[in-house]
Design a protein around this ligand. Structure first.
Ligand code: ATP
Ligand code: MG
Length: 225
């Protein structure tokens, strides 16, 4: 699913955000990325989504080399990735349903099928009552769930979520994490960055990536056999 060898990321202003990252992630893995503010968590997700590219090293996502010169192919790859990023804002003035459907228009499915699957995704995140509500009239937690529905409606092989629990209270944060967790069946790889380490400690069958000043350590909690 993901193979990083000696990956470094240096931004144009000289900031080295990631240093010599080696990482192997399998299909269906549930991964939490933690670490202090500014340590490189979002940068790592941006590499996986092809928003940024490695300065050194090699990175493959679903067998595609993530290099800037292959942008056309990477745009295609992105259709198999469900991103939940704060910078991909919901479109105001549109309903929850329209926001989810917009992300599905490249799938080559009929409008009827798209609508049906978008409604199913909104049901799965518990928003059946808000399908026809304008997104600006939803609470923050509900908007976060629309963003998740938008990401998962097209059945991506990889879900990338950057701080999906940010600004949520304890119960809502737990629910969002449980929801994202539930997608790892069906062999979807789920990668989540979060500051809320107290919410994710001690889980089984998950991978923790700790980012510290651009370097990572990986810890795998295997299922007890
Ligand atoms: N576009 C950019 N240009 C230059 N430096 C950047 C850019 N984006 C991020 N950085 C820097 O790279 C480092 C890592 O940033 P990143 O956003 O990956 O951290 P983070 O772990 O996600 O932090 P947070 O927990 O606050 O979201 C920081 O020093 C940041 O200032
Ligand atoms: Mg970040």
């Amino acid at each position: 699913m993901i193979e990083a060898k000696g990956v470094s990321l240096r931004y144009p202003d000289g900031t080295v955000a990631l240093k010599d990252i080696n990482l192997h992630i399998k299909p269906g893995e549930m991964v939490y990325i933690t670490g202090p503010s500014g340590s490189g968590k979002t940068s790592l997700l941006k590499l996986l989504l092809g928003i940024e590219f490695p300065t050194f090293g090699s990175l493959k996502v679903m067998d595609k080399s993530m290099v800037r010169s292959r942008k056309g192919r990477i745009n295609k790859l992105r259709r198999r990735i469900g991103p939940v990023f704060q910078e991909f804002k919901l479109i105001e003035g549109r309903t929850a349903l329209e926001n989810v459907m917009i992300g599905m228009r490249f799938l080559g499915k009929s409008p009827r099928k798209i609508k049906e699957e978008a409604i199913n995704a909104l049901k799965r995140v518990g928003l059946e009552e808000k399908i026809y509500s304008k997104v600006e009239n939803l609470s923050w937690g509900q908007q976060q769930r629309v963003a998740i529905a938008r990401a998962v409606a097209r059945k991506p092989a990889l879900i990338l979520a950057d701080e999906p629990t940010g600004n949520l209270d304890y119960d809502n944060a737990i629910n969002i994490l449980k929801l994202l967790n539930s997608f790892k069946d069906s062999n979807t790889t789920v990668i989540i960055t979060t500051h809320a380490t107290h919410l994710i400690e001690g889980q089984k069958d998950v991978t923790y990536i700790h980012v510290n000043n651009g370097s990572i350590t990986v810890e795998r909690e295997e299922l007890a056999v």
